[in-house]
Design a protein around this ligand. Structure first.
Ligand code: MF3
Ligand code: CO
Ligand code: CO
Length: 287
C-alpha cells in the first residue's frame, strides 16, 4: 500500500488557489521543502514585527551613541533594558533558556551569546557584537551590529566590513521563490574569498511570533536547497564570520553554558537583521 505524501502547504478551504498557492504547490510537487501556511505572516503580524523592529533599532542606536573605551558590557545591557522599558517592550534574551541578561555582547573571539558583565571592560581595538531581540505586543524582532571600540587593526576592520557585506549579499540573494540555500551559498562564497571561516553550527531563523521559528537559515551551502522563500515569511540572516577556522566551541569558563568562542581564538564578526520577504525581495524590519 502506498499512501499519499502529506502536504505541508494547504490552500484556504473553499477558495480558489491564488498565484502564490500555485507557485508553492509547484515546488512542493517537485519535492522541494516548502513552508507551512503558518509561516506566512498576516499584514497585522507584519506591522507588529515592524514596530518591534523600531524599538530594536532604538536599542542598538542608543548603544552606538554611548559605547566607548572603558565601558563594561553590563552597561550595554542596562542601556538596552532601559530603552525597552521606556518603549513598553521586553528583551527576549532575558531568562531565555537560562540566559541571564537582556542582550548578547560578544567581544573579539566570542562568536555569539556573550553574557554582559561588569568585569568585561571594552578595550581600545576591541570589536564587539551587540545582539538584541525585542518583544513588543508579543512580536519578536532580532538584530545585531558590530561596534569597533576606538581604533582597531586593519585586519579586524576588514573582518567587520566583510561580515557586513556577507549579510548584505545574503539579503540580495533572498528572492521570492528562491531557496534558503541560495542565501547560504552567496554568503559562504563571499567569506571564503577572504579565506575567512563561515560558522556552520549556528544559523539564522524564522522569527516574529516566536524567537526561533522555521526555517533554519544556514550561512553556507548550495543553491536550490533548503526551504522555498515565499512572500510573507519573516526571518533573520546573521552570518558569523571568523578570521580563522569556522569551528566554534562552547566556552568552558561560562557557567551558564552560552558563550560560543572560535576554535583558534581568532576574532569573529556578525551582523543580523530581521527581514520580510516581499514579492520583490527582502525588506529590512530592523532599520
Ligand atoms: N539573538 C540571538 C539570535 O540571533 C539569540 C540569542 S539567545 C540568547 O538568534 F539567549 F543568547 F540570548
Ligand atoms: Co537571530
Ligand atoms: Co540575534
Amino acid at each position: 500500500m502506498i499512501f499519499n505524501k502529506k502536504r505541508r502547504w494547504h490552500c484556504l478551504p473553499g477558495q480558489e488557489p491564488t498565484e502564490l498557492d500555485k507557485k508553492v504547490m509547484y515546488w512542493e510537487n517537485k519535492g522541494k521543502e516548502v513552508p507551512t501556511r503558518s509561516l506566512i505572516k498576516t499584514a497585522e503580524q507584519i506591522e507588529g514585527i515592524r514596530r518591534s523592529g523600531v524599538v530594536n533599532t532604538g536599542c542598538l542606536d542608543a548603544v552606538a551613541e554611548q559605547i566607548h573605551v572603558g565601558m563594561n558590557t553590563q552597561e550595554i545591557d542596562d542601556i538596552c533594558m532601559a530603552f525597552c522599558k521606556e518603549h513598553h517592550a521586553t528583551p527576549a534574551c532575558l531568562n531565555y533558556e537560562g540566559f541571564p541578561k537582556s542582550v548578547c555582547t560578544s567581544i573579539n573571539e566570542v562568536v555569539c551569546h556573550g553574557i554582559p558583565k561588569k568585569e568585561d571592560v571594552l578595550q581600545e581595538g576591541d570589536i564587539v557584537n551587540v545582539d538584541m531581540t525585542t518583544i513588543l505586543d508579543g512580536y519578536y524582532a532580532d538584530a545585531s551590529r558590530m561596534f569597533i571600540v576606538g581604533k582597531t587593526t586593519p585586519e579586524k576592520e576588514q573582518l567587520v566590513r566583510v561580515a557586513k557585506e556577507c549579510l548584505e549579499i545574503g539579503a540580495e540573494a533572498a528572492k521570492p521563490y528562491s531557496f534558503v540555500g541560495d542565501i547560504g551559498h552567496a554568503i559562504q562564497k563571499h567569506a571564503e574569498k577572504y579565506h575567512y571561516g563561515i560558522v556552520r553550527d549556528l544559523c539564522g531563523h524564522g522569527v516574529g511570533l516566536d524567537f526561533h521559528e522555521e526555517p533554519d537559515v544556514m550561512h553556507f551551502g548550495h543553491k536550490g536547497t533548503g526551504m522555498l522563500l515565499v512572500p510573507g515569511m519573516v526571518f533573520t540572516i546573521e552570518p558569523m564570520v571568523n578570521m580563522g577556522t569556522w569551528k566554534v566551541f562552547l566556552d568552558a569558563d561560562d557557567p551558564y553554558g552560552w558563550e560560543i568562542i572560535t576554535g583558534d581564538e581568532m576574532p569573529s564578526a556578525q551582523w543580523e537583521h530581521t527581514f520580510l520577504m516581499t514579492e520583490h525581495g527582502v525588506e529590512v524590519l530592523t532599520y
